[in-house]
Ligand binder design. Structure first.
Ligand code: GDP
Ligand code: MG
Length: 165
């Protein structure tokens, strides 16, 4: 959730998952553009659609992500899930195997929860503020899921290098 200056602004990342050809892309295109394609091809590249929804008078932006057809190879990357606050797990009522897969998708979803984000006690803003006050760089990292690890070191090393050159 992002809080905009002066007003409230909500941006929610939502992922659509489920077995191949269950109708994920069409669900999204129907929602976002009121379009349906009987012969839709596997999605090429990760794509998302942003839709503004009015909830209790507030403008809520839903950024809904569609897989790149990776579901076929059980290869949806953790980057796809990163930052997501909701998910639609889709199955096809005419193919039981796709229903049987739901548990597996749930497992994957739970495995990809942002590292400790659900029990966060220090906000990003607080971290940024302290860094600004003290004239430091700020970056959050997770060694568990590799987030920003390389970047954090690169920033420090680069800064030292810039001082020496
Ligand atoms: P994805 O691989 O999960 O993204 O599935 P697609 O959205 O590409 O849909 C796969 C196939 O199912 C396409 O031929 C669609 O036309 C068809 N399809 C998608 N949604 C529906 C639906 O609600 N009803 C029916 N009957 N077919 C659908
Ligand atoms: Mg698709």
């Amino acid at each position: 959730m992002d809080e905009g200056v002066g007003g409230e602004e909500y941006l929610f990342k939502i992922v659509v998952i489920g077995d191949s050809a269950v109708g994920k892309s069409n669900l999204l295109s129907r929602f976002a553009r009121d379009e349906f394609d009987l012969h839709s091809k596997a999605t090429i590249g990760v794509e998302f659609q942003t839709q503004v929804v009015d909830i209790e008078g507030k403008e809520v932006k839903a950024q809904v992500w569609d897989t790149a057809g990776q579901e076929r190879f059980r290869a949806v990357t953790s980057a796809y899930y990163r930052g997501a606050v909701g998910a639609l797990i889709v199955y096809d009522i005419s193919r039981r195997t796709t229903f049987d897969s739901i548990k597996r998708w749930l497992d994957e979803l739970n495995r990809n929860k942002s590292d400790l984000e659900n029990i966060r006690d220090v906000s990003v803003e607080e971290g940024k503020r302290l860094a600004e006050e003290e004239g430091l760089f700020f970056i959050e990292t997770s060694a568990l899921d590799s987030t920003n690890v390389k970047t954090a070191f690169q920033i420090v090393i680069r800064a030292i290098y810039d001082n020496y050159k």
